[in-house]
Ligand binder design. Structure first.
Ligand SMILES: Cc1cc2nc3c(=O)[nH]c(=O)nc-3n(C[C@H](O)[C@H](O)[C@H](O)COP(=O)(O)O)c2cc1C
Length: 362
């Protein structure tokens, strides 16, 4: 495995990557995104690493059965050197583009174990982990980080460690751990990382649209963008980014396109034996994001959240996305202001697991 980055789809353009998202960026979702326009790179959701862990089979599928034609980086979350090394070695036997370390997950359940974003409180430990993984990974070793834990004081130290341990690609989500997912994104800190890091940097956080991707790359001088929630809302976003990066007009989308996406996602995420209601509830988690671009009042979201069967769900989709001239209406390129992707009402007891669709909003 080489440590040069995999060639992008369009040489010379800024890179695009689908952000790792727990319970989202699985084999099915990556396939759907690739259908509408793949990013340059995919990242798996995190493999949990601890004494008893073995790489989760469902996450391995997104590597082993990847038919998108685009490379997949395998992300790890953990802090134990021996178990991280063992897991990296195991994953290197699969067709991974590289090994990625999570230094960003803000879930209290996670950071309290000093993994993910919790490690940003302990740069010395980060140094040990980077040294250990760098020694194990002969090819691409990448890091995804936030800009700090409760402030940005460790940022420069961590960037220097990234340089010292020859990290090949750095993704920076421009928020601290304490800022979770809703605050402003500090693009100035991403620009700082671009200036200080010797490796290419992907800018992450609130890249809402292709137009925003162009603006964020111009503002930060990053090598590219990493996009998460806005690719759930708009899986065409990577194709649109390539159009915008080339200076071409971005192909507009209609609500009929969205109806097509919902159908494709429903079929792709169907699992034998999964009860219809559970599948419908799973779909609602994606549709929470999709609905942000359907109408400015949130009427689609309101009706969609109240469905309890496949027929009801598609009935609501047909009414809001196809009927009475809706099909030809524009799917907004950015979320309508004030239309929030809330966790749905089926998961009122969702634990504070900040890296899960049950709790993360946009
Ligand atoms: C549902 C969900 C799950 C996530 N899971 C992960 C994860 O497994 N690993 C990770 O590094 N970041 C994870 N994140 C953070 C995203 O990769 C990304 O940094 C964040 O959503 C900001 O980008 P966005 O504004 O484009 O969504 C998750 C985010 C969401 C919304």
């Amino acid at each position: 495995m080489s440590s040069a980055l995999p060639a992008p789809l369009v040489p010379g353009q800024p890179l695009t990557a689908l952000a790792p998202m727990q319970d989202v960026t699985d084999l099915a979702f990556m396939g759907v995104v690739a259908h509408y326009g793949a990013p340059d790179y995919f990242f798996t959701e995190f493999f949990r690493v601890h004494a008893q862990s073995r790489p989760e089979k469902h996450i391995l599928r997104s590597i082993d059965e990847n038919a998108t034609g685009r490379p997949v980086f395998a992300q790890l979350i953990g802090e134990d050197l021996g178990h991280l090394a063992r897991t990296a070695e195991e994953l290197l036997r699969h067709n991974v583009a590289g090994i990625d370390l999570n230094l960003g997950c803000p879930a209290p359940k996670v950071y309290k174990k000093n993994v993910g974003g919790g490690l940003l409180r302990d740069p010395a430990r980060i140094g040990e982990i980077l040294a250990c993984l760098r020694a194990i990974v002969p090819g691409r070793f990448t890091v995804k980080m936030r800009i700090g834990f409760d402030d940005t004081s460790p940022f420069d130290r961590v960037l220097d460690l990234v340089n010292e341990h020859r990290v090949d690609l750095l993704s920076v989500h421009g928020r601290t751990v304490k800022e979770m997912y809703r605050s402003e994104v500090h693009y100035d800190h991403i620009a700082h990382a671009v200036a200080r890091a010797r490796c290419p940097v992907l800018a992450n956080g609130n890249v809402l649209s292709a137009a925003r991707a162009v603006a964020v790359v111009a503002e930060t001088r990053a090598a590219g963008v990493m996009i998460g929630r806005h690719a759930i809302r708009n899986p065409w976003i990577f194709r649109q980014c390539r159009e915008a990066f080339a200076g071409r007009p971005v192909t507009p989308l209609t609500l009929a396109d969205v109806r097509n996406y919902v159908e494709r996602l429903y079929r792709a995420t169907q699992v034998p034996g999964l009860a219809e209601l559970l599948h419908v509830n799973k779909m609602k988690k994606y549709l929470n994001f999709v609905g942000q671009g359907v109408d400015p009042t949130g009427a689609f979201l309101h009706d969609m959240r109240r469905t309890a069967s496949e027929a009801e769900l598609f009935g609501v989709c047909d009414r809001h996305l196809l009927a009475d001239g809706a099909a030809a209406r524009e799917f907004a390129p950015e979320p309508y202001p004030g239309v929030i992707a809330r966790p749905n009402c089926e998961t009122p007891n969702a634990v504070a697991d900040g890296c899960s669709l049950d709790t993360v909003t946009a």
